[in-house]
Design a protein around this ligand. Sequence first.
Ligand code: CP
Length: 330
Amino acid sequence: MDESRIASDASTPTESGSRLHHRHLLGLRTWSADEIRLVLDTARQFRDVLDRPIRRVPTLRGVTVVNLFFEPSTRTRISFELAEKRLSADTVNFSAAISSVTKGETLKDTAQNIEAMRIDMVVIRHSSPGAPQFLTQCVDAVVINAGDGAHEHPTQGLLDLLTISDRFETLQGLNVSIIGDITHSRVVRSDLYGLTRLGANVTLCSPPTLIPPGIERLSDGGRVRTVSRLDEALEGCDVAIALRIQLERQGKTLFPSLREYHETFGIRTEHLERHPDLLVMHPGPVNRGVELESEVVDHERAIILNQVTNGVAVRMAVLYLLSGHGEEVA
Ligand code: CP
């Protein structure tokens, strides 16, 4: 790796000897533990850059990145844009709502027209699972999945891993519980692949109507189990990741009411008191009073904003490693 491109002044070089075997980031399902560790190690270096008075490096000067967002986003979109700017890339933002998509233009035509303007990388969020994969067949640019339907959200998975690894020496044998709408969550799949690949044990906790049968088989390394009682999920748990109830994806009510959901699956201060070492995470946006009691969102053991901060460094690492400016990309 050419470390001089990471830092404009002296900084710690990357220690990892591994390299990426992927040209695109479509999901974590096929990413090895070494590739994931490389992203996390690189993100830690970029985090040092973000702590400097001048938070910008010339790493991606001359590289053009288009952010194609076909779905609403706050964290991911701003985070990618900041990461690109911090790396000195040229960035263009595309929003479906004010584009020719509203006139019926297809994803393929939209992407090929944008690529004709000579771009290098595309970050895409889309409501259809597989849209980023489809895009790789339409354009030569590097494609990064910023969330596709209920499939994967790989940069969220990576930033969750970085946030957890900041608090624990190793993920090997760590007990992580993911609580909420498992069926409609793209975050859960990326978290599950990443966590189990690094050796964590994962408990999935959800109402029976919000968990797909056989999801345990997505494990690769660590142990995965499913439970339907919150108390069971929190017993012996190191980190609880609450997932947003995605009313917009459900189409119908899969539990009696939000109040009842909160009473049965919501993490409350009483849970933090009962489990004094428990850390709480959430990918956002949080429905306060549903997945988490409002006091829990603001609690010192809720590390939700640490996740957001880490998101910029992780996305800088992903952009850098996939840009071809660092490791040789196969
Ligand atoms: N976590 C996440 O994807 O948030 P946004 O939808 O705001 O990007």
